[in-house]
Design a protein around this ligand. Structure first.
Ligand code: UDP
Length: 403
């Protein structure tokens, strides 16, 4: 089991001492995190790592997942797309189904903990069961440009919370409640991010019949149109005209994402017999993802919208050069030409990938800078500190709290 002290060599002892001090102040408070899936996607990834560490620090923190059927997840996926600015029509029946699903879940959950921490829109209506306790709504998605009708609907719930948390300044909205800016994080000691022996990396490559004879360009993501997997293939094809290379597009599903298989088919239709394109539908296995990231020459994240993009942090932490779209939370992680390369188009992405493949020393420098940026800003220890300060701030009446 990983102990909080194991992080000392990575972030230093004072950081861990601070965490212990803050945790002490939260003694006696019960915290419940709620989201809509236990596996797949960034939110589950963070909660899986965050909750055990909070417990180890002595904070009485738990995690629950709401239930929902296929129709509910179809609606919430629509919400997800609409929050990202896509023009989709959400019918009255769909809103009602969403509300009803929340009501059913509320019947099964006591929700009597001191702090209820709701992640993303799926469980947002549970707030109607607020009693004398504190409620936080944590928005993980890129809401820089949400569909108005949906935002108005959600706003009726958000304003009943004690606080809202966003990942990047561009996502903050006019709200009558306190807002906090807290970026997500990765765990450097998790199976997804820890150092791996070369044999493990090679065995994963063997498993998927990928040879190391050509540079590897990789994007790891759920098969979601907002991750632009087809754009990644187009980018690779432009690069391939000049440099012999291979592409890995790998991802699994998330139990709350119903569109994955459809998008996977769209992606497969773009391969056109090219044996250097490896489309991998992965099981939930962090070592596999870790190994694929470490085996890569360049990592891409060509998202069209992105709440944060944990995959970018994961790649940078491994010292990999990253080419990513300049959207949402990605720009918190990459400073162009310093800790990676940002792009705005397929052509731009191809130019950047070529540049990195042609100059390994430049690629290495960007990767090293990226790793330090992640160490200083986006590791789980910083995130734990921010969350504990947020919890404590709920019991103070100041209008402004600086984290
Ligand atoms: N991930 C995974 N398996 C997959 C695809 C992605 O475990 O098949 C992980 C990925 O490594 C990252 C998280 O899921 O930790 C995705 O988070 P991100 O913020 O990049 O995107 P989201 O899926 O939340 O939109």
């Amino acid at each position: 089991m990983i102990r909080i002290e194991d992080y000392i060599p990575i972030v230093g002892a004072p950081v861990i001492d601070d965490l212990k001090l803050l945790a002490d102040k939260l003694k006696g408070k019960k915290i419940l995190h709620i989201n809509s899936t236990a596996v797949g996607g960034g939110v589950a990834e963070i909660l899986n790592r965050m909750n055990p560490l909070l417990q180890q620090l002595g904070v009485d923190s738990h995690w629950g997942v709401i239930k929902g059927g296929e129709k509910f997840y179809d609606v919430t996926k629509k919400f997800h797309n609409a929050l990202h600015g896509k023009q989709v029509e959400i019918t009255k029946e769909e809103f009602e189904l969403f509300i009803e699903n929340g009501r059913m879940n509320a019947l099964e959950m006591p929700l009597s903990e001191d702090i209820i921490f709701i992640h993303d829109p799926q469980p947002i209506t549970l707030i109607d069961k607020k009693n004398n306790n504190k409620w936080i709504w944590r928005c993980h998605v890129d809401v820089s440009n949400p569909q108005k009708q949906l935002w108005q609907f959600l706003n009726e719930y958000i304003k009943k919370y004690d606080a809202a948390v966003f990942s990047a300044p561009a996502f903050s909205q006019q709200l009558p409640i306190k807002q906090y800016l807290i970026a997500p994080s990765i765990d450097p000691l998790s199976d997804k991010n820890k150092d791996l022996p070369e044999e493990v990396i090679n065995s994963v490559l063997n498993k998927y019949q990928i040879k190391k004879d050509k540079p590897i360009i990789t994007q790891i993501s759920r098969f979601d149109r907002l991750k632009d997997p087809v754009g990644v293939i187009k980018t690779y094809k432009l690069v391939k005209k000049y440099i012999d290379c291979q592409l890995i597009l790998a991802g699994g599903g998330a139990s709350d994402d119903p569109e994955g298989l459809e998008v996977l088919e769209e992606v497969k239709s773009q391969i056109q017999g090219d044996e250097d394109i490896h489309i991998l539908l992965l099981p939930q296995d962090d070592i596999i993802i870790n190994a694929l990231q470490r085996a890569s020459t360049v990592i891409m994240q060509k998202s069209l919208k992105e709440g944060f993009g944990l995959t970018v942090a994961e790649a940078l932490w491994k010292g990999k050069p990253v080419v990513a779209s300049n959207v949402g939370g990605i720009s918190l992680q990459i400073t162009h030409k310093y800790s990676g390369l940002l792009c705005h188009s397929i052509e731009g992405a191809a130019f950047a990938v070529k540049q990195l493949l042609n100059s390994p020393s430049y690629a290495k420098k960007l990767g090293e800078n990226g790793k330090e940026h992640i160490r200083n800003n986006f590791l789980l220890t910083r995130h734990l500190r921010d969350y504990m300060l947020l919890f404590l701030s709920l019991y103070h009446n100041e209008d402004v709290v600086y984290l």
